[in-house]
Design a protein around this ligand. Structure first.
Ligand SMILES: Cc1cc2nc3c(=O)[nH]c(=O)nc-3n(C[C@H](O)[C@H](O)[C@H](O)COP(=O)(O)O)c2cc1C
Ligand SMILES: [Mn+2]
Length: 495
């Protein structure tokens, strides 16, 4: 496993496989960067690295689409795989499984260094000026310029026992203030409530342009009380390198491109939002007064690179950076419940509204359950898993004879294997986040509706020798003939 310890090392690796597009032509932070980045997701083109930005000092750069998908054959998930230390051609389900495996390992606390590149420039107090950074106005209807779309919000409980690392968007207000979306059920909201009870503003560090694995744990629903940076240490089998912040009692990644330090007020608010959001639409109702972060210090690397995620229609970083770690946690929770799970997946192209659980093909022999009983069991475990289940309205339950990270195979299995009459198991009155086109931001926090498991299991209905045979390349010709066809592919004239 290759642990990349900075955004710059990550960009070097992306360059080697043609997944980054340096753009030297001058571009405007005012909507142009957003539009180029959005089009690059939709074409699955390389991640744009903008090096010349209108009105911004030379040197500052923007990397957009750091976790987008690739159009290169076999490299669909390469940006995510490299970020997580895996080979560029790793399959989606293998990435999810690697994350799930690390949940069973002992967390590894960070190594605290005396200094690091993130301290190359230090602005304190009145010298703080966030306007020097190339913060984009992303979508045409956004409420402001978002500086925090792909960084880590680091906050600690007042008693010091728990530090949480997560991603929640933050909007620029002026040179030393941000407006922050902090939903109460998120860990940042839970920690903020503890500071409010104490009557003190919440100290926070916002680390932007961090080592590439971190955003994936920032989007992971680890249980309350767990430090995401220790989990990532366990994932890589070695500690992360952190340094002390200047003005708050928090540790920040040594190689971060930009670190914003300050305090989140419980009384000062500023209008924040709306913004394009992960279900794929502009979330109009998310425009409201939000808590203000008063900035006390900014530190940054020379020639700092701001990472940008352009949230909206799939597939962007909400889907890869939130969906894939959620699938890993789902796999872990099912393993702990002794369900014979192979891997889980949130279908990225569904904007993570369809979730897939794949079982080992011998699940029926091992458990003796019928497929309906198994579907009920899987639904109970996943939908009962608290915050993990909040954004999971539909589960497709399949066997591990398809690649669940290939949406074509998932659609085919869902369409052909869910029994027309017995293929659905419903769970009434479950809490869920639902499309912002139907419910406003407040209603969504308490909304309850039916959830469903689509039972696409076959193993209890078809005995040995009876299982439907797929009429595809892998199953309808002998291994020998398949090999011959593959070896001769170019000889036939294909490229
Ligand atoms: C790129 C990206 C952007 C995200 N933006 C938000 C956001 O603005 N608000 C939010 O509540 N969750 C957002 N999330 C999802 C949270 O990071 C996720 O729910 C995570 O589990 C929260 O961390 P926590 O479990 O420590 O609270 C985002 C995730 C990613 C990967
Ligand atoms: Mn957390």
């Amino acid at each position: 496993m290759k642990h990349l310890r900075s955004l710059r090392e990550f960009i070097d690796e992306l360059e080697k496989i043609g997944e980054v597009q340096p753009i030297g032509q001058e571009v405007d932070w005012n909507l142009e960067i957003g539009a180029i980045a959005r089009r690059s997701y939709e074409l699955r083109a390389p991640a744009p690295l903008f090096t010349t930005i209108t009105g911004i000092d030379e040197g500052f750069r923007v990397l957009a689409a750091p976790g987008g998908l690739s159009a290169q054959p076999g490299l669909t998930y390469s940006r995510i795989a490299l970020a997580l230390g895996l080979p560029a051609d790793a399959k989606g389900a293998d990435i999810v499984t690697a994350l799930a495996d690390a949940r069973r390992r002992e967390p590894i606390p960070p190594r605290v260094l005396d200094s690091g590149p993130c301290k190359e420039n230090i602005l304190l107090g009145d010298d703080v000026d966030l306007l020097k950074f190339p913060t984009p106005l992303i979508h045409g209807d956004d409420g402001g310029r978002y500086i925090q779309t792909y960084g880590m919000n680091i906050a600690k409980t007042p008693d010091g026992t728990w530090t949480n690392w997560s991603i929640n968007r933050m909007m620029l207000v002026d040179r030393n203030r941000l407006a922050c979306l902090i939903p109460p059920p998120q860990h940042l909201g839970i920690i903020k409530a503890q500071w409010e009870k104490r009557g003190e503003p919440m100290p926070i560090a916002v680390a932007l342009g961090v080592e590439p694995g971190l955003p994936y744990v920032g989007g992971m629903p680890l249980p309350e009380g767990e430090d995401e940076s220790h989990y990532l240490g366990a994932y890589f089998g070695e500690p992360l390198d952190l340094v002390r912040a200047e003005t708050v009692d928090l540790l920040v990644p040594a190689t971060a491109e930009i670190v914003i330090e300050g305090y989140v007020s419980h009384t000062d608010t500023h209008e924040e939002g709306p913004m394009g959001e992960y279900p794929g639409y502009l979330d109009r109702s998310s425009s409201s007064p939000k808590p203000v972060l008063h900035v006390t210090a900014v530190t940054y690397r020379n020639d700092a690179i701001l990472p940008v995620a352009v949230a909206g229609a799939p597939v962007e970083e909400d889907h890869t950076g939130w969906g894939m770690p959620h699938a890993a946690e789902m796999t872990h929770v099912l393993r702990e419940a002794e369900v014979p799970v192979a891997a889980c997946w949130g279908v990225l192209e569904s904007a993570n509204h369809w979730w897939v659980v794949s079982l080992d093909t011998d699940w029926h022999e091992r458990t003796g359950l019928s497929s309906e009983e198994m579907a009920r069991r899987v639904g109970e475990v996943v939908f009962g898993a608290g915050k993990l289940a909040f954004g999971v309205p539909k589960l497709l339950l399949v066997e591990n004879d398809i690649d669940i990270s290939d949406p074509r195979q998932v659609i085919w299995a869902f369409a052909s294997r869910a029994h027309p009459e017995f293929g659905e198991v419903h769970f009434a009155n479950e809490p869920q986040n639902i499309l912002p086109i139907y419910l406003d931001a407040h209603e969504r926090l308490t909304y309850h509706a039916s959830k469903v498991v689509h039972n696409c299991l076959l193993a209890d209905r078809f005995g040995p020798g009876e299982r439907p045979v797929a009429s595809d390349f892998a199953h309808s010709w002998s291994a020998e003939l398949q090999r011959r066809v593959i070896e001769n592919w170019q000889a036939y004239g294909y490229r």
